[in-house]
Write a protein that binds this ligand. Structure first.
Ligand SMILES: *Cc1c(COP(=O)(O)O)cnc(C)c1O
Length: 466
């Protein structure tokens, strides 16, 4: 290290460290095919071995790479082809490079004049997201850290647009299958639990639009203030898609805001099948999307798009004297005026690099492949006599469980499946029953792994039943 200014390494040292990091990364990615999907065990013990305060005097780079190796190995194998738990993301190499370069140049993205090209690139991403849903020119959007923050900003925006300052009688409508981040966001936005009305679902686990309509009318008659419907374009439990067009009808009849939480499913809009399932989504007032799910990007990449951008700005704008040197919004938005954040990372590059390098068609093809794989898995598991599959996959989540409501059996089944280390699945509770779910959303998951998954489940189910 530079003896005088150790925080500024010289070119040789930078090259050495950078090459070590790159070599590690290439090896890591090449090892994905064979890495255990469940990760190596012993994660907590490993974590304890790394419990330490920072040293007073610095050391070498090499041991840091060892830490990364252990950190990745002693963890769920989120990047691998067998990872079908929760909602997989993957992590594209182009995004890894984008992050390296974005943090390296470290330009300020949230006020356009500070770095116009940087802000323009991010705006390209936002415009593309708006266009994907047929939003008009006055639509706006922001890149967030994830779907939770996007849902939070959406609820704040709807609240500001439709409710008075004293908003406590405001009432919002979600389905039984809504993601917890929506209820959390409502609470953070100041709404007491009674403000969140839970609409029953149909047997397909979609919000029942007739119930919704009736509840809104009853609530209004009872003096409550209905203002917001949150529909899901792909629930996290089973991938069910709420009837978006019907929810949009209710919203139009009753002057409500329609927000669609498409954090999991949104990018299937790129595919023909997805567009058909999401019919009416272009009528939503706002949409949450998670590029770190459906675009296979690293965690920390979410987004919110709002049809009437003025509404988003009204809910988030706050001026400041110390920012007076910077220009106001012009042909490029000041994203900070549309977001809860001021300083933040240049997320847009992480989305833009892969889009430029691979093209939109590569994403469309990959998502179509995932839809096909979900069908393959569904058909394959339907052949397993010990299983029941109560819901056909609308997108890429395949729920299943042991026949006859055997929760204990289903738990043992999941343990056995995951013990294979070739695939890793997670569970949930649907209609009071322990339910295993396989979610296919990694760009690294292909037919071979799904065939293997079917065999693994088949064997495990026979063992559990036998
Ligand atoms: C993942 C998910 C969220 C939360 O998004 P984060 O990016 O994890 O914050 C919200 N809604 C749905 C439907 C999701 O699948």
């Amino acid at each position: 290290m530079n003896a005088m200014f150790p925080l500024d390494p010289g070119p040789e040292q930078m090259r050495e460290m950078g090459e070590a990091a790159l070599a590690y990364m290439i090896g890591f990615l090449q090892g994905q095919e064979d890495a255990p999907a469940s990760g190596e065990g012993g994660g907590l013990e490993a974590a304890r071995a790394f419990r330490e305060a920072p040293p007073e005097v610095g050391g070498d780079f090499e041991p840091l790479m060892e830490m990364i190796r252990v950190a990745a190995a002693k963890a769920y194998g989120t990047t691998g082809p067998g990872y079908l738990a929760f909602i997989p993301g993957g992590g594209l190499f182009a995004a890894t490079l984008a992050d390296f370069l974005a943090t390296g140049i470290n330009r300020f993205v949230n006020l356009w004049e500070a770095a116009p090209v940087v802000a323009q690139v991010e705006n390209n991403v936002v415009r593309w997201l708006c266009d994907l849903f047929g939003y008009p020119a006055e639509s706006r959007g922001v890149l967030t850290s994830g779907g939770s923050m996007a849902n939070f900003s959406a609820i704040i925006t709807a609240r500001r647009a439709l409710l008075p300052d004293n908003f406590l009688s405001g009432t919002l409508y979600v389905s039984e299958q809504v993601h917890a981040s929506v209820t959390k966001a409502a609470s953070l936005a100041g709404f007491p639990p009674r403000s969140v009305r839970v609409v029953p679902c149909t047997s397909e686990l979609r919000m029942d639009a007739e119930w919704l309509r009736q509840m809104v009318r009853d609530d209004r008659a009872a003096g409550r203030g209905p203002f917001l419907i949150v529909a899901s374009a792909g629930t996290t439990n089973t991938g069910a898609v709420d009837p978006i067009a019907e929810a949009a009808d209710v919203a139009a009849e009753e002057d409500l805001w329609l927000h669609v939480d498409a954090a999991y499913g949104g990018f299937f809009q790129l595919t023909e099948r997805g567009r058909a399932r999401f019919a009416g989504i272009e009528r939503a007032d706002s949409i949450t999307l998670d590029p770190h799910k459906g675009m296979f990007l690293p965690y920390g990449t979410g987004s919110l798009v709002v049809r009437d951008g003025v509404r988003l700005r009204e809910a988030h704008y706050a001026g400041a004297h110390y920012l007076q040197d910077l220009a106001g919004e012009a042909e490029i938005p000041n994203f900070s005026e549309y977001s809860a954040e001021l300083s933040r990372d240049f997320r847009g590059l992480r989305v833009w690099f892969p889009l430029k390098l691979h093209g939109v068609s590569a994403f469309r093809d990959a998502l179509d492949e995932k839809l096909d794989l979900a069908r393959v898995l569904y058909e394959g598991l339907r052949e397993v006599p010990q299983l029941e599959l109560p819901w056909e996959p609308e997108l890429t989540i395949v729920p299943f469980r042991m026949r006859g409501g055997d929760d204990e059996g289903s738990k043992r089944l999941l343990e056995r499946i995951n013990a294979s280390a070739r695939v890793f699945l997670s569970s949930t509770i649907v209609e009071g029953r322990f339910t295993i779910r396989a979610c296919i959303l990694s760009h690294r998951t292909h037919r071979d792994r799904i065939d293997e998954c079917i065999e693994i489940v088949q064997r495990a189910a026979a063992e559990v039943a036998g």
